[in-house]
Design a protein around this ligand. Structure first.
Ligand SMILES: CC(C)(COP(=O)(O)OP(=O)(O)OC[C@H]1O[C@@H](n2cnc3c(N)ncnc32)[C@H](O)[C@@H]1OP(=O)(O)O)[C@@H](O)C(=O)NCCC(=O)NCCS
Length: 248
């Protein structure tokens, strides 16, 4: 689990980045580490998201390539099926976590679905997707950690992950967390037993959520600032062009 101290530092560092134009940084998947080489845990603000973000969830999922839709849903979901899935998300019962970039695009999300079966109240299922250009940076793993922390705090003691056996990245995330992984042909089920919640896990979740909300608000302000600046430049350009045309 990422330490709260590290998260606070990362949020403060990120604050300095906000007021650089959003297009300045080059996006792209990070190179994967060589086998056996352990990367340090990435620190990224992850926030719990609500129904007002449904459209962005839909956009994020619709942007997944056919193969990734297949890996995410276990079948080749078409646009209609993805829209139906997003529309049916129950934000009261389940928990959705998201990572946003500086343009406020949802670049990674996880769905922690709680069991609706009264006999299986202490079980939940984890599903995740990371935008292609943001893969290999540890976002999938961090979303998993975040979901585990929340599930623990909600009294879940068994977390399920359903993956296709070819899904090396997802299986690695589950294995790294200590899940029991059972392969059955093309399908793989992973089960992670969760320890009970502690005061520390509860406090960590509250602090992480607060920091992630602050990070998001800063991103909103920075985006508004750049949009405003863009509009001012547009007006200036218009005035200059008009002046040039009139020969003054
Ligand atoms: C699975 C997925 C969420 C992983 O996201 P990610 O942010 O790229 O994952 P991470 O960067 O946290 O990497 C997780 C682990 O998998 C490894 N990994 C990542 N991509 C990999 C790849 N293509 N091949 C092999 N290993 C890979 C990483 O090295 C890391 O292992 P390590 O911590 O032992 O080094 C992403 O590939 C995805 O969205 N796929 C499509 C949807 C999907 O498959 N969802 C899961 C089913 S619910």
């Amino acid at each position: 689990m990422v330490e709260t101290k590290a998260l606070i530092k990362a949020t403060l560092d990120a604050g300095r980045e906000f007021f650089r134009p959003p297009g300045e940084r080059v996006a792209g998947p990070a190179p994967l580490p060589a086998e056996g080489v352990k990367q340090p845990s990435v620190v990224v603000p992850i926030r719990s998201i609500g129904p007002s973000h449904r459209e962005r969830i839909t956009d994020h999922l619709l942007a997944l390539q056919p193969q990734d839709r297949y890996l995410r849903f276990g079948y080749a979901a078409n646009d209609e099926q993805i829209r139906r899935y997003a529309d049916s998300l129950d934000f009261d019962r389940d928990e959705i976590f998201g990572i946003y970039n500086r343009k406020l695009e949802l670049i990674a999300m996880a769905h922690l679905a709680f069991s609706t079966d009264p006999d299986l109240r202490s079980c939940a299922e984890f599903g995740v997707s990371v935008a292609l250009q943001a893969r290999g940076r540890g976002y999938g793993s961090r979303l998993f950690d975040r979901a585990v922390m929340h599930a623990r705090n909600e009294g879940v003691d068994l977390l399920f992950i359903h993956a296709l056996s070819e899904n090396t990245a997802m299986i690695r995330i589950a294995r790294n967390a200590g899940a029991l992984v059972e392969r059955d042909g093309s399908e793989t089920e992973a089960y992670l037993r969760l320890p009970p919640a502690t005061m520390d896990s509860r406090m960590s979740e509250i602090v992480e959520e607060q920091l992630a909300q602050t990070d998001y608000r800063l991103k909103v302000q920075a985006k508004q600032f750049w949009d405003f600046l863009g509009a001012v430049q547009e007006i200036r350009r218009g005035v200059r062009d008009a002046r040039d045309k009139s020969g003054r």
